[in-house]
Write a protein that binds this ligand. Structure first.
Ligand code: EAX
Length: 328
């Protein structure tokens, strides 16, 4: 009898230590598409630390990087089904769930980071977040993916004309697709986990992403030119499944919200650092970096605003235009 008991205890100990069963009362699986070294996961590690500390281990946070739980669209569907508790996703695929959020995918929408933060952390950001609850999701805050720049393996891009004939992967966002089309490129929507291979095999010539993504996914191995278009400021939303969130007691909800907000500040700081430090690193890795004629890109993509106002206003073009104006 004693022997059986000790065997059971050993088995339980092993299961606990490999995380098959958890001592915690609540387990949060949080997924994203980026590798562990990327700013998303550095920010999520801070979130994990804060939540586990403040809940005395009663809430456990498990981080799943590199699309291990699926790409962003799969993750958001997982939140709705309740199979995934949290996800960090850029706005790209979110317009498929909440139409209005697509307004954040407009090219050259924000003047600078301070402008973006004041809109996202203010009234407009809150209004946009409300739309998610009906979709079974809650937005815990706007983290940062960053300013997106074009890389390709054909030629340096100085002005929109240089994009003619270039096959570029875009996120699954109607507005992003329309924007790259307006620039003169041939855009192709694709999930993130397929991008490296598609570049390597030459199915596509180009992709666009912030420096932190380009660097931590080793895109310099398969891309020669980096052109600093900064055409989208791309926020990332820290999302939680609404059914999971509402199952938490009030004090745990508060811990999750507060920790998310503090980790956001840290992640944004890491994103600023990344932009400062990674350009040189990417050059060291052999990328040829160039600046672009930004005015020409702004001009080329102006039509995207008017053409998509009706969609963003959910059938009401004036409402769509008003929202765009308010942000700008
Ligand atoms: O949210 O798919 C992308 O290009 C994104 O930048 C990435 O998934 C980060």
């Amino acid at each position: 009898m004693r022997k059986k008991l000790s065997v059971l205890l050993v088995v339980l100990f092993v299961l606990l230590s490999v995380g098959v069963v958890s001592a915690a009362e609540y387990t949060i699986k949080v997924g994203n598409t980026q590798p562990m070294g990327h700013i998303y996961n550095q920010g999520l590690l801070r979130f994990k630390e804060l939540v586990e500390d403040r809940s005395n281990g009663e809430i456990e946070v498990q981080i799943f990087p590199s699309s291990q739980l699926g790409d962003e669209r799969d993750l958001v569907e997982g939140l709705q089904l309740g199979t995934v508790q949290m996800a960090l996703s850029s706005t790209g695929p979110l317009g498929g769930f909440v139409t209005e959020i697509m307004v954040l995918d407009l090219p050259y929408l924000f003047k600078n980071r301070a402008h973006a933060y004041s809109v996202l952390d203010g009234e407009i950001g809150q209004e946009l977040s409300k739309g998610f609850v009906d979709a079974g999701i809650r937005n815990l805050g706007y983290w940062e993916n960053g300013w997106r720049n074009i890389t390709n393996s054909v030629r340096p891009i100085y002005e929109p004309e240089d994009l003619n004939g270039i096959k570029i992967r875009v996120m699954e966002s109607k507005l992003m697709l329309a924007s790259l089309e307006a620039m003169g490129a041939s855009p192709l929507p694709m999930a993130f986990s397929e991008v490296y291979t598609a570049l390597e095999q030459g199915t596509i010539d180009a992709q666009e992403n912030p420096l932190a993504v380009i660097y931590s996914n080793n895109f310099a191995e398969v891309q020669e030119y980096l052109s600093m278009t900064q055409h989208f400021y791309n926020p990332a939303l820290l999302l939680i499944s609404e059914s999971f969130y509402s199952s938490l007691p009030e004090d745990y909800k508060e811990i999750v919200r507060k920790s998310a907000s503090e980790a956001k500040e840290y992640e944004r700081y890491l994103s600023i650092l990344a932009d400062e430090r990674l350009l040189g690193k990417l050059q060291e890795e052999g990328m040829e970096v160039n600046s672009v004629d930004k005015d020409a890109f702004v001009e080329a993509t102006k039509s995207v605003y008017d053409e998509n106002a009706k969609m963003i206003g959910e059938g009401d073009k004036e409402a769509g235009l008003e929202l765009m104006n308010k942000i700008q």
